[in-house]
Design a protein around this ligand. Structure first.
Ligand code: SAT
Ligand code: MN
Length: 593
């Protein structure tokens, strides 16, 4: 085992900003020990052994799932807690109507009390990490202080963690200051507070995913979106996918969907047999940082290097690349366990086993009305486990984006695919996108809510200013990507899905690629461009063409009602609503009369 302790201590001594900040917070939290993570394999083994001996991780059967473990979080702590997530900007108006706000002074005081002495008897892990490709001018450094060994091990899979991050930081003070403590997991003492103006995040009282792995939603979306506006780029809740045609040309798209709407499945999609010779490459499954490069095009990097994917529904049929990815070196959270020490969740291939141990560690029998796996249960794996991982994941420039796609979960109204007339109309489609709520956020399921660019829970500043920033980005680009809207989730009157989704979404992607290449005409409707009837390639798809037509239908009355229903949402934005979006709404309404 290589000894990587030495470079760590050398670089940390070189950075007085970092050491004095760690000292200060260690004095506040009062841990028994401070461990600086170096990211080495030896360290992973030591921390894993510790996590197993303390019951934080359960080893899975090494024959079936080599090097893989199960973690069970507290049953009251199984999703992001949006109601306990705060943007602590100096001015309340800068947090906007979609965020909870607390003043920085109040937040530091309130959480300071909770953190005081909170790590007694525990170890404080110092986790330096980089979001973004190594050596990229677009990368950002963060340091997370946490008392959770699960967080330390997860951060090692999800980010570039350890010595390489300290080297990237050098003596700079420019890093995200993250502080996390699991606390007693009482929801009354749970707060996830973001301080965009200080480049800091304080999170107390949750050990779950986006609440606790501070590089992901906290830094790479909430704080980064704020930095992106200041610095002229975009941090987005988007997957990044490359589609290589049989001639070897690759078209890259970035697509925004709310949490648990199939981003990981789309990002890892395997095309149906009809698309022989096509290869799809995953660059990212959750987050894209988009910058305009000197060629005037929009380029995307994935700040992460792992996936935190939804387990239920993942199967060899729905996502074979994900199943291969989780077959070794995986951390599972809140899934069910088989008697043989394998994992199981609803929607996995084959019949459920007769008996399981459910996500809370209780015996479970086939036919039980309770779910064996928590609906928001997850797998965490390195992106390099994915057989379709793009060779450009580590490319410092990222990949050039030809199309941006917005997709909500809508049982009605929104057609399978629609292309915007222009950039401003595309921004309107993204900004007004709506979705039925899922299990990824604590709260009610299936309610329709406006979720601008799928960023509602993740925009670190006023969402009206965010929409304006999107509109302004056009002026920086010579060749902006084309913008599309998709909806995989439209249903018939009986409530059955009209479109099969998963790999078949390749058929919609192909239409998008042809539109971008300019090789296909389309049908103009008052709301945008849609495929001509019969234009979508349905070869080999066993589904009645009428159902596909139903999925693609643009109904003036439904769309008009949707535009009308935007009024209160726009009114909430007050004077921060960009005029251009208000104009778009009136333009579309007048076209639809
Ligand atoms: O729990 S996370 O926020 O990391 C995942 C998600 O909701 O998208
Ligand atoms: Mn997400």
């Amino acid at each position: 085992m290589a000894n990587r302790e030495a470079p760590v201590s050398e670089s940390k001594l070189q950075n007085p900003h970092l050491t004095s900040w760690v000292d200060e917070l260690a004095r506040l939290c009062k841990p028994d020990r401070v461990h600086w993570c170096d990211g080495s394999e030896g360290e992973r083994q030591r921390l894993t052994a510790l996590a197993v001996s303390s019951g934080v991780l359960l080893p899975l059967d090494p024959a079936q799932y080599p090097n893989s473990f199960l973690h069970r979080s507290n049953p009251n702590d199984v999703a992001r807690s949006e109601q306990l997530t705060f943007i602590c900007s100096k001015n309340q108006a800068d947090a906007g109507p979609t965020n909870n706000w607390m003043s920085p002074a109040e937040a530091y005081a309130k959480l300071g009390k909770l953190f005081d002495g909170s790590m007694r008897g525990r170890t404080l892990y110092v986790i330096p990490y980089v979001m973004g490709p190594p050596g990229s001018e677009f990368a950002k450094v963060g340091v997370e202080l946490t008392d959770s060994v699960y967080v330390a091990l997860s951060m090692r899979l999800m980010t570039r963690m350890g010595s390489e991050a300290l080297e990237a930081l050098g003596s700079s003070a420019d890093f995200n200051h993250g502080l996390h403590c699991t606390g007693d997991l009482s929801p009354e003492r749970r707060f996830i507070c973001h301080f965009p103006e200080d480049n800091a995040v304080w999170s107390f009282g949750s050990g779950y995913g986006g609440n606790a792995l501070l590089g992901k939603k906290c830094l790479a979306l909430r704080i980064a979106s704020y930095l992106g506006r200041r610095e002229g780029w975009l941090a987005e809740h988007m997957l990044i996918l490359g589609a290589e045609d049989p001639e070897g040309r690759t078209t890259y798209v970035a697509a925004a969907f709310p949490s648990a709407c199939g981003k990981t499945n789309f990002a890892m999609m395997v095309p149906p047999a009809r698309f022989k010779g096509w290869k799809l490459w995953t660059v990212g499954d959750d987050i894209a940082w988009l910058h305009v490069r000197p060629d005037g095009k929009l380029w995307a990097v994935n700040p992460e290097r792992g996936y935190f994917g939804v387990a239920p529904g993942t199967s060899l049929k729905s996502n074979p690349n994900a199943m291969k990815s989780v077959s070794h070196d995986a951390l599972f959270t809140n899934v069910a366990m088989t008697k043989e020490g394998g994992v199981w969740w609803e929607g996995m291939d084959g019949d459920p086993p007769d008996e399981l141990i459910d996500w809370q560690g209780r015996p479970w029998k086939k036919g039980s009305p309770e779910k064996a796996a928590q609906p928001n249960s997850r797998f965490t794996v390195a992106a390099s486990n994915n057989p379709a991982c793009s060779p450009h994941l580590d490319d410092p420039h990222g990949v050039p984006i030809s199309a941006l796609i917005f997709g909500g979960r809508r049982s009605s109204t929104v057609p399978l695919v629609l292309q915007s007339f222009n950039w401003a109309h595309g921004v309107f489609l993204g900004a007004t996108m709506a979705s039925e709520t899922t299990a990824a956020a604590g709260g009610k399921l299936g309610e329709l809510r406006r979720d601008p660019m799928a960023m509602r829970p993740f925009c670190g500043y006023n969402v009206g200013d965010y929409m304006q920033h999107w509109l302004d980005m056009q002026r920086r680009m010579v060749a902006p990507p084309k913008i599309f809207q998709v909806n995989w989730f439209r249903r018939d009157k009986e409530g059955a899905l009209l479109w099969p989704g998963y790999g078949e979404n390749m058929r919609v992607l192909k239409w998008i690629i042809d539109r971008v290449a300019g090789t296909l005409n389309a049908r103009e409707t008052p709301f945008g461009w849609v495929p001509h009837p019969g234009q979508l390639d349905l070869t080999g798809l066993d589904i009645a063409p009428e159902r596909v037509e139903q999925a693609m239908a643009v109904r003036d009355d439904e769309l008009r009602a949707d535009l009308e229903s935007l009024a209160p949402f726009f009114a909430d934005l007050g004077d921060r609503l960009p005029e251009a979006l208000s104009f778009q709404r009136h333009l579309l309404l007048s076209r639809a009369r």
